[in-house]
Design a protein. Structure first.
Length: 349
């Protein structure tokens, strides 16, 4: 009887599954012996139309890398429905390859805000190897000017229908909103939501609804009148999240960022009742960052926030369209009963 013996040198390997931006779900790996100080992968983000930056916990050299693109892509670069191979884009890397931050240059740019996967293998100075496949959103160089116009922080379900928490944005110029981030500091579990690619016109309203509880809801990346829903409006662009359990709070710091790691375009600091401080360090830090970016004035204290006292499902916190934008609490008031206006111009204060 023949006996087979195998000897393998196992390097620590980390596989990152294809998952939403900002969430990396490592698979279980096993290794024996050797130096266990394996480099780890930090953030991956597009920094230009053809550049993707990846940060590592230690200096590494790149062994191989490529970018995979296409709808329905999985970690192997295949379409899950029919097994059809997706496009593979070769990449190169330069002087940064021996540091903890590596710039990968794509052989050709991806489409605006296209979903893609950076896949590769790196090695540290001690020979430990890290393999990864992590999703990213391609660079969007046509982000329009955007401002926060209205927020509903309360939820209700009555005979008249659902009242869902939402944030309303207004486009100040034409462009594409793909990759724009909505940051909701008070939601520790899911603070960041990313807008899909969609062309918008100047003056257009975009409404991000935080729940999906009705039939006929459509994310309107195309036609503005495609979606049903109590708060959907045929002249505005509606998107529907699937969160539950009070995903949006009245004492909060909200901002919109042009892309992951990009500039903050607008912010809202709001607080319910007689709050003396922010509820936790995460919200407090977000307030400081908004002020540092020049998106809110005069300061990051809860006393500098717009008052969200007396908000309700039918009374939202809204910016006065008749006032000049000062990025202060003076821009904001709780609207009159029944005067909330998702997807259209707000009633003057």
């Amino acid at each position: 009887m023949k006996r087979y013996f195998a000897m393998a040198v196992l390097f620590p390997v980390l596989l990152l599954s294809a998952c939403p931006v900002g969430v990396m779900d490592p698979e279980v790996v096993t290794f024996w012996g050797g130096d266990l100080s394996v480099p780890t992968l930090g953030e991956v983000s597009a920094v230009s139309a053809s550049g993707v930056n990846a940060s590592f916990s230690a200096p590494v050299s790149v062994v191989s890398a490529e970018v995979l693109t296409g709808e329905g892509i999985d970690g192997n670069g295949m379409d899950e429905e029919n097994g059809r191979e997706r496009e593979r884009i070769p990449v190169t890397w330069g002087e940064g390859a021996e540091t903890g931050s590596v710039l990968f240059t794509l052989g050709k740019p991806c489409g605006i805000a296209e979903r893609a996967i950076l896949s590769g293998t790196v090695r540290d100075a001690k020979g430990n190897t890290l393999s990864f496949a992590v999703p990213f959103t391609a660079y969007n160089d046509r982000v329009p000017g955007l401002k926060i116009s209205e927020v509903r922080t309360d939820y209700s379900n009555t005979e008249a229908g659902y009242k869902i928490e939402y944030i309303e944005l207004c486009a100040l110029s034409a462009g594409n909103i793909g990759g724009v981030e909505i940051f909701n500091a008070a939601n520790a579990a899911n603070p960041v939501r990313e807008l899909p690619a969609a062309e918008v016109a100047s003056g257009e309203y975009i409404v991000w609804h935080f729940r999906s509880l009705e039939e006929g809801l459509v994310n309107e990346t195309g036609a503005l009148d495609a979606s049903g829903g109590v708060d959907a409006r045929a002249t505005a662009r509606d998107f529907w999240d699937t969160q539950t359990k009070a995903p949006f709070k009245g004492t909060n710091v909200i901002w919109i960022r042009e892309r992951k790691g990009g500039a903050i375009l607008d912010a809202l600091l709001c607080a319910e009742g007689d709050k003396e401080d922010w509820p936790n360090d995460a919200v407090r830090s977000a307030a400081s960052e908004a002020v540092k970016a020049g998106a809110w004035h005069p300061g990051p204290s809860v006393t500098d926030a717009a008052s969200a006292a007396n908000t309700s499902p039918t009374q939202t916190l809204a910016r006065d369209p008749a006032l000049a934008d000062t990025d202060t609490a003076a821009d904001w008031k709780v609207c009159a009963q029944g005067k909330c206006s998702p997807g259209t111009v707000n009633a003057p204060h």
